[in-house]
Write a protein that binds this ligand. Sequence first.
Ligand SMILES: CC(=O)SCCNC(=O)CCNC(=O)[C@H](O)C(C)(C)COP(=O)(O)OP(=O)(O)OC[C@H]1O[C@@H](n2cnc3c(N)ncnc32)[C@H](O)[C@@H]1OP(=O)(O)O
Length: 411
Amino acid sequence: MALETRVLQPDEWDVWYDHLELAFGGVPESAEERGLYRSLTEAERSLGVWDGGTCVGSAGAFSFRLSVPGGALVPAAGVTMVGVAPTHRRRRVLTSLMRRQLDDVRAGGEPLAVLTASDPAIYGRFGYGQAVYGLAVEIDTARVRLDVPPGADEVRLRLVDPEAALADCERVYAALVPGRPGMPARQPGWERQPLLDAPSLRGSGSPLKCVVAERADGEVVGYARYRVAPEWNLSGSQGRVEVGDLDALDPAAYAALWRYLFGIDLTWSVRAVKRPVDDPVLHLVSDVRRSQARVRDAMYVRLVDLPAALEARAYGAALDVVLEVEDAFCPWNAGRWRLTADAKGGARCARTADPAELALTVRELGAAYLGGVALTALAGAGRVRELRPGAVAEASRAFTGDVAPWLPHGF
Ligand SMILES: CC(=O)SCCNC(=O)CCNC(=O)[C@H](O)C(C)(C)COP(=O)(O)OP(=O)(O)OC[C@H]1O[C@@H](n2cnc3c(N)ncnc32)[C@H](O)[C@@H]1OP(=O)(O)O
């Protein structure tokens, strides 16, 4: 029987999501998670592949607006819920879903598609480049000290109900978005994701806790949501603090929050797994080695409308370069483009017949797009070719940003 691909009907959601759980190994999610993702699913952007009455493939997209260098919020399809049934794998079901989805994203006018990958080897073939990395730390708080800046002692900390503090936390998050490429502006409903607290998500940890940092006038300027995972052995307490998220608007509040987490009684380590790679905590700790910093891929970016995407971001230096771009999966992007930008923010990208100065695939452009991956590094790996001496360094300087891009949460 031929497979049929169609847009999800809302009453098919449970069957569609059951299929997805199966593709991911078959461990059921908690009712709380399921309820959240049901409410966040955009049915008209969700595709199902059906073999008779059985769902055998799925892919969805969230309508995100993503912060890019310069602070603009750019519409981006947050690709999600991709799965193919174990009975139907390696029969090009994923490939057909990616084809349909990228055509839909283009028709809908979103310049970007972004995703987090279950396996880094999957999405390069569809033009996604590894643009955002994430930092994980597990800090030995018995031996590592924090060198907090002046002002941290004036910050008032208050332990609050995470629900009650939500509006204040969201205000802090929203204020950070324009300054940090990669952050999705919060769309309605997504504020609930950091509050998910089903027992299966806690592991051995406590229910979610929230501490807020306040200025003298009572304004909330930072927060941390975390769990405490107590553990006892013959030597005594071995507890750990597990940070969900931690955001602050100034260095004093930021350091005060970390100091609080370091000082929780009966715990001897703090683990935070979704931090930016340039997290200032690396410069607060006395011993970075005992902080066990690890970096891994976090978000992949695909330029769907190449000129619109390149014009939407700002550049750190003036630029005038002709790019020869390969894009086998979205051929409307392929060819020669002149990208000009001034350091104040204006950029223009248009087709040209002038000689190319840099040759690369759309995947490298996606990797460099948010300013966190240097074109010079990609050139070092042979993935960007310099056709005019000096062009790689010039373009790299303009593309690279002052802060590392960051994806603070999964999707
Ligand atoms: C954004 C997200 O949601 S990420 C989540 C992705 N989902 C999962 O990981 C759940 C478990 N896995 C699956 O559901 C499926 O195996 C998928 C979705 C990864 C792949 O689906 P398939 O229909 O088998 O892929 P398809 O047949 O179209 O393969 C296309 C190509 O990708 C390759 N490929 C597919 N999956 C993988 C993988 N996990 N690792 C490396 N390569 C892969 C195939 O070998 C094929 O390569 P080729 O073009 O060189 O021949």
